[in-house]
Design a binder for this molecule. Sequence first.
Ligand SMILES: Cc1ncc(C[n+]2csc(CCOP(=O)(O)OP(=O)(O)O)c2C)c(N)n1
Ligand SMILES: [Mg+2]
Length: 364
Amino acid sequence: MAQTRTRKGKGGKAGSPKGGPFDVHGVSPELALELLREMLKYRRFEEKAEEAYAIGKIGGFCHLHIGQEGAAAGCIKPLSDSDYVITAYRDHTQAMAKGVSPNAVMAELFGRAEGVSGGKGGSMHMFDKSVRFMGGHGIVGGQVPLATGIAFRIKYHDENDVVVCFMGDAAVNQGGFHEALNMAAIWELPAIFVVENNRYGMGTAFRRVSLTDMVEKSSPYGIPASRVNGQDVLATYAHFRDLVAEVRGGGGPRFVDVETYRFRGHSMSDPVSGTYRSKEEVERETHEEDPIAILRDHLFAGGHLDQKGLEEMDTEARETAQEAFELADASPMPGPEALYAHVWAEINPNGRLCFDGRGESPWR
Ligand SMILES: Cc1ncc(C[n+]2csc(CCOP(=O)(O)OP(=O)(O)O)c2C)c(N)n1
Ligand SMILES: [Mg+2]
């Protein structure tokens, strides 16, 4: 299923918050406003993280999701609480979309004890099984076989959940991707494999490393594929709403090429543009294909949002990010005992793998 790119608008005009009919992909105005609120929260959070990195509060690797918010909001919103999400290292906003608090994500970025992974994971390793967010994985493509494993578990226990597995475009050339898709296909597992196709793996354009189109990558395994414009969050939401229903209904795995664009460099150490992509391209994409501006303009045009409403939403998003920054900064560093936590695994009397004598498996 191919979706066309969204009509571009200039936006910014105030309108009445009580507007006329709004029927974009069958999404209600209330839900559209919620998606805008979510995306603004992710955008302001990432900008705050960028700022914190620049003043040395965050160290090590840090990959921002700015520009790709539509993928996190649109693909995760249709899921239920008990569904699973797993992703690569560009994971801050997916963690928040699945229910991790911005405070716990920011504290993790700061390497603090109150971080979602106790300060030991950092930017690439957000993990919270209580909301079924299964990471944050630094090895390109490493999460794909894990997703197949989670989907196998769901089917084995005859449960009704689905797993959404995000990956970057570079992951589809990893061996594990192909093994994992094949197994998911033959066992008809409830998995949706999602490529957040921002066109580049670090400085390498996808077209330079693949002679075939992204949507063809799952065809050797018989997995139905589709493509959606990730900068149009309403189209993305509607597409995933339908896919999740099909997969939950026993339809087997799906593969989706979500077209998006990375507005920043690959990580905090890279420039926004370089020899691999032009300034003009970055300018065009960031100005004309910003998922937040596109949805804002839809809502303005339908009269469901005005400038004042937008500013209120934005202030709220900035306050959330600021609070996360301040709490993270005030949070203690992990104590020396953290060195020994999550190191040893044991089998408990119920035959389950457990850590630190807590009698629970990280996977339940
Ligand atoms: C197996 C493996 N090889 C190489 C790397 C180094 N590396 C880190 S990110 C990256 C590019 C990945 O690009 P993509 O999958 O498109 O994700 P994006 O950064 O665009 O979100 C590479 C090659 C790695 N982490 N893992
Ligand atoms: Mg990429």
